[in-house]
Design a protein around this ligand. Structure first.
Ligand code: UD1
Length: 419
């Protein structure tokens, strides 16, 4: 298992190019199951979860060509298998994104249940309820979901909780359904809009993506498309925090500042200087005094839960007390106890953590527990005095493209150690 060794205290300086959004590329790859024609996706990030999704598509019988590192040409014209096996689903919950397109196009799907996950229970009951409303027969046995329908029927679906992949699964299933589907209380994340844009290029009829009500009028057939994945807003936010925590200065390119208002707004409140210098470029300067600012995560356009851990790392360096409240997932503070091992002062109180800063962090041995938690440990390691070791970095490889290389290129002392 690979580890990171970080010598903290180096100011980051230079330029970083942001990769494509993992959470957008995943549903877009799954959407290619909806057609027998070729879907070309560009700017697909080279991260572990995308390799897993590619394997899943190949397992189902798709041909996936990768003519360049970040371009995928997917053809699902020869799909005969409709089952996403446990072996893949257990390593990546987003495998559940195969469910909607498989049942939408082939009228049948078998997907293993994702099972327990490090950041809470994360059930898929809302995905299943929606497909059942559309006329699918859902059968649950031995940890496997089986969905069958001769053809799904459009209907009104009101999600009781906003769910990102749930909204995506229904959008994909509804694209080939008979009639009109209205999703109410839909997720509004930029990744939903990106998926809607791809589906529209494929011939789907979708209105209202980026609003809480999405209307999809089913069509009989979808075709091929060529689509470029949006930039990763969480990777962008992580590098903004990296510059702030090391008192450095970074120019962040290939990003989409419009997707980051909640993050840049909160970081500015905390004293981080962020300037938009071009349509896809931000400059972040971290030489001012960092101030404590409370944070509550929320669905888009609120502050993303996927940036909560990184923000907590930042607050350990800010002057004063802050309260960080998590509202999306119930068990998403595993990084807090690891940050305390570096010397951070904080107290976990149910869904909130009180952070008292600034703390002098000193290097320690840490264990990464999930994707975003590991990013926060890397950030803290960059700011800590001395040597920090982070074990189980396979978590970070799921969603960050070569993070250690990108950090090293702007002055960080970080290396991957194979053990
Ligand atoms: C997606 C993102 C993930 C992000 C999360 C919240 C992808 C691949 N992953 O995950 O990075 O952290 O959105 O922004 O895009 N819920 C249910 N029943 C369901 C579905 C969800 O109770 O059937 C609950 C979840 O437990 C959670 C909340 O709804 O408390 C939101 O989860 P959801 O938006 O579905 O997260 P994901 O789509 O899995």
């Amino acid at each position: 298992m690979d580890k990171f060794r970080i010598i903290g205290g180096k100011q980051l300086k230079g330029g970083v190019a942001i990769s494509g959004a993992k959470n957008s590329a995943l549903p877009c790859l799954a959407a290619s199951l909806l057609t027998s024609e070729t879907v070309t996706l560009r700017n697909v990030p080279y991260v572990r979860d995308l390799i897993t999704m590619r394997r899943l598509l190949e397992d189902l019988g798709c041909t996936v060509l990768v003519p360049e590192l970040r371009t995928h040409q997917i053809n699902a014209g020869t799909v005969e298998n409709h089952e996403a096996p446990y072996e893949l689903v257990k390593t990546m919950r987003a495998s559940v994104l195969a469910l909607g397109p498989l049942v939408g196009r082939f009228g049948q799907a078998r997907v293993s249940l994702p099972g327990g996950c490090a950041i809470g229970q994360r059930p898929i009951d809302l995905h299943l309820m929606a497909l059942a409303q559309m006329g699918a027969e859902i059968d649950l046995h031995s940890g496997v979901v089986e969905a069958r329908a001769s053809r799904l029927r459009g209907c009104d679906i009101e999600f009781e909780t906003v769910t990102v992949t749930g909204t995506e699964n229904v959008m994909m299933a509804a694209a080939l359904a008979d009639g009109v589907t209205r999703i109410m209380n839909a997720a509004c994340e930029p990744e939903i809009v990106d998926l809607a844009n791809l589906l529209t290029k494929m011939g789907a009829k979708i209105e209202g993506a980026c609003t809480p009500t999405i209307t999809i009028t089913g069509v009989d057939h979808l075709g091929g498309a060529d689509h470029t994945i949006i930039p990763d807003r969480i990777e962008t936010g992580t590098f903004l925090v990296a510059a702030a925590m090391t008192r450095g200065e970074l120019e962040i390119t290939n990003c989409e500042p419009n997707h980051l208002h909640a993050v840049t707004g909160k970081l500015r409140e905390a004293g981080v200087e962020i300037e938009q210098i071009a349509a896809d470029k931000l400059r972040v300067t971290g030489n001012g005094k960092l101030r404590a600012a409370d944070l509550t995560t929320a669905v888009y356009p609120g502050f993303p839960t996927d940036m909560q851990a990184q923000y907590m790392a930042l607050m350990t360096q800010a002057e004063g007390g802050s309260v960080i409240t998590e509202t999306i997932f119930e068990n998403r503070f595993m990084h807090a106890s690891e940050l305390m091992r570096l010397g951070a002062q904080m107290r976990i109180r149910g869904h909130s953590v009180d952070v008292h800063g600034p703390s002098h962090l000193t290097g320690a041995q840490l264990i990464a527990s999930d994707l975003r938690a590991s990013a926060s440990l890397v950030l803290a390691g960059l700011a800590a005095e001395g040597e920090t070791w982070i074990d189980r970095v396979y978590h970070i490889d799921r969603g960050y493209e070569k993070i250690e290389e990108k950090l090293r290129a702007v002055g960080a002392e970080i290396e991957r150690v194979k053990t």
